[in-house]
Design a protein around this ligand. Structure first.
Ligand code: F6R
Length: 618
């Protein structure tokens, strides 16, 4: 996730305005920043790695000349946070003639890059975005020499032709010295809005970018091309060039509300962002997934290290690897790693470190212990450019964008999605699962984002009423069997950390070995019950709890009448989800439950007491 902004002003200079707007978009990404402005058919670009204030202090982002410009605040996906990878990106010409800013992921950039390199283009960065600049450059060149039947002409036609070649998600904007009075933007899946003022036109990823300047907003839809000029804005459909007439809407958000896109809390916004983040995990670079799979395949032993929510993702992954690829992995809480494995880890060990931030001290300390004993380090993180990426032999960036709520939500489901993709690949590589099973898993993993979207849409009200009903309880149990034990642990952590509700999670089979002694009439027990092989036994566990008067809440498959009749309350999850993918949708109602319980109990879900988003001390 990155933030893009641009403007065409009738008076004044664009640069300071772009700088201020990027500051307001910093919550979308903050590892690099850049601006490009146009004056007298000349392009002026400043960009660097670092937070906006730090880059401004060194480079002064305000002194670029001109009334037209574009800007970008980056959350690295392709390529580390380095100056060369910061946006705007340009083509081959020197001085640059094109500047492009982009939010999204171009899935087919490697093929396009190869094709363009074969035509003589030279790439400077590791970004997918640079491909767009070269495509536009190539199109401009072609359109000068070859007659075109395009509905668009000139620069517009070059941008339309470029985005036509893209597979993936993008909100992209480009400027060009050849037609210095225009900004051309296009959208597919990544957000893009226009701001309309009397003396200026803006485009941005999000409304807060221009909210202090105007509250007149035009929403750009997927498949649309926008041309901004001093005369106004023109929206056309990319597919046939037909004009779209759309009148601006007035928004009455405060800047803070706008940052949260109208949601009362970042946590709720991030829960709602999960479908999009999950889609992005399906666009990860093939070569890194393949490389990681190869390392895992060759490993003598695989130890997964992580803390908190990331540890729960590892625990779920240990079931995935075992079931799909017959690979035994050991999930270990990072702060215990040195004690538990410090002496046994060796050159034949492979460590898969999972950390949203990539900066968690306990995880990095475990990695360091393993590194000193020559183990191979693999990483999965949301922090490209983080310490974990630097100490890993190979890493994958999960591409969830910044998570601002302290409780991990969207980053957890994205971790699960990446880990399940690795387990499926490994199963395939090792010949442990049939083609039929692979096809089904591939098909279902594509459906998961829509399923999560449906759960959030249809179950939120019910979850909210459950939170009302149980707000005064003193303790909760979260129970599951098999892979759902990891889901139960995560549901319990969410409730404990943001609603301050003492909670216990354990494998449902453990009840009678101790914890059931806590149960008395009305005691709330949440069961995670996807219809997998453990379902029959789990029903026995539900009955044990019911027999002691527990108040049972089941998260179960829609239409599972037997469980629905046993439970006092239930949340329904779409049918037909394979067991190994079940933690992704089944955890969503538990995230929502924790969120609503926090509100019911007067707690701030975004900033729970005593906790920090990134724990950089041991
Ligand atoms: C819980 C939560 C924490 C983190 C843990 C590890 O909602 O956010 O438990 O999961 O501190 O953080 P990362 O993944 O950044 O290493």
């Amino acid at each position: 996730m990155c933030g893009i902004f641009g403007c065409i002003l009738k008076r004044g200079r664009a640069a300071p305005l772009i700088h201020a707007a990027l500051k307001r978009l910093e919550y979308r990404g903050y590892d690099s920043v850049g601006e490009a402005t146009l004056r007298d058919q000349q392009l002026f670009i400043k960009k660097d790695a670092g937070k906006i204030d730090a880059v401004h202090a060194i480079r002064n982002l305000d002194d670029l000349p001109g009334r037209i410009g574009v800007g970008h605040t980056r959350w690295a996906t392709h390529g580390a946070p380095l100056q060369i990878n910061a946006h705007p990106q340009s083509g081959c010409s020197d001085p640059p003639r094109i500047a492009v800013v982009h939010n999204g992921i171009i899935e087919n950039f490697a093929e396009l890059k190869k094709e363009l390199e074969d035509r003589g283009h030279r790439f400077k960065s590791k970004t997918d975005t640079e491909t767009i600049a070269h495509l536009i450059e190539e199109n401009l060149k072609k359109r000068q020499t070859e007659p075109s039947e395009d509905v668009y002409s000139g620069f517009r036609s070059a941008v339309a032709g470029a985005v036509d070649r893209l597979v993936g998600s993008y909100a992209v904007a480009a400027v060009c010295t050849q037609e210095p009075d225009k900004i051309v933007c296009a959208r597919n899946e990544s957000p893009l809005v226009l701001g309309i003022a009397d003396d200026a036109y803006y485009f941005a990823s999000d409304i807060p970018a221009f909210l202090p300047l105007t509250n007149k907003v035009v929403y750009v839809e997927n498949g649309e091309l926008v041309t901004l000029s001093k005369k106004g804005f023109e929206i056309t459909k990319l597919v046939d060039g037909s004009t779209v007439v759309r009148t601006p809407k007035l928004v009455d958000w405060t800047p803070r509300m706008a940052e949260k896109q109208g949601y009362p809390h970042f946590m709720l916004k991030e829960i709602h962002e999960q479908p999009r983040c999950l889609r992005d995990t399906l666009r990860l670079q093939e070569k890194y997934l393949e490389l990681l799979t190869t390392f895992l395949d060759r490993a003598r032993e695989v130890i997964m290290v992580a803390c908190g929510t990331s540890y729960h993702a590892c625990l779920a992954a240990s079931y995935m690897f075992s079931k799909l690829s017959f690979l035994a992995t050991h999930p270990v809480i990072a702060s215990e790693f040195t004690e538990q494995h410090g002496k046994s880890v060796n050159i034949d060990s492979t460590i898969l470190a999972v950390s949203q931030s990539g900066e968690t001290a306990d995880t990095l300390a475990a990695v360091e212990t393993a590194r000193q004993r020559a183990a191979t380090i693999l990483g999965l993180t949301n922090g490209v450019g983080s310490t974990l990426t630097r100490v890993s032999r190979v890493y994958i960036g999960q591409q969830s964008g910044p998570e601002i709520g302290v409780a991990a939500t969207k980053t957890f489901t994205s971790q699960l999605s990446v880990l399940s993709q690795l387990a499926i690949r490994l199963g395939k590589k090792r010949g442990k699962i049939s083609q039929e099973e692979i096809d089904l898993l591939d098909e279902k993993i594509e459906e998961i984002p829509d399923i999560v979207e449906k759960i959030v849409e249809t179950q939120s009200k019910k979850v909210q009423s459950l939170a009302k009903k149980h707000r005064s309880k003193e303790c909760f149990f979260f129970l599951g069997r098999g892979i759902s034990y990891a889901t139960a642990l995560e549901g319990r952590l969410k409730l404990m950390e943001i609603a301050y509700m003492p909670s216990i999670a354990f494998p449902a089979g453990e009840s009678k070995h101790g914890p059931i002694s806590l149960v008395e009439p009305g005691f709330p027990v949440i069961f995670v019950c996807p219809p997998d092989e453990t379902r029959r036994t789990l029903i026995g566990n539900i009955m044990e709890m019911k027999a002691r008067g527990a108040s049972v809440i089941a998260v179960c498959e829609e239409g599972d009448d037997e469980i629905m009749q046993l439970a006092d309350d239930y949340i329904e999850i779409t049918k037909g989800i394979p067991e190994v993918l079940s933690p992704i949708p089944y955890v969503v109602p538990l995230q929502l439950f924790a969120y609503h319980m926090a509100l019911e109990r007067g707690c701030d879900p975004d900033m729970p007491r005593n906790l920090a988003k990134s724990v950089t001390v041991k």
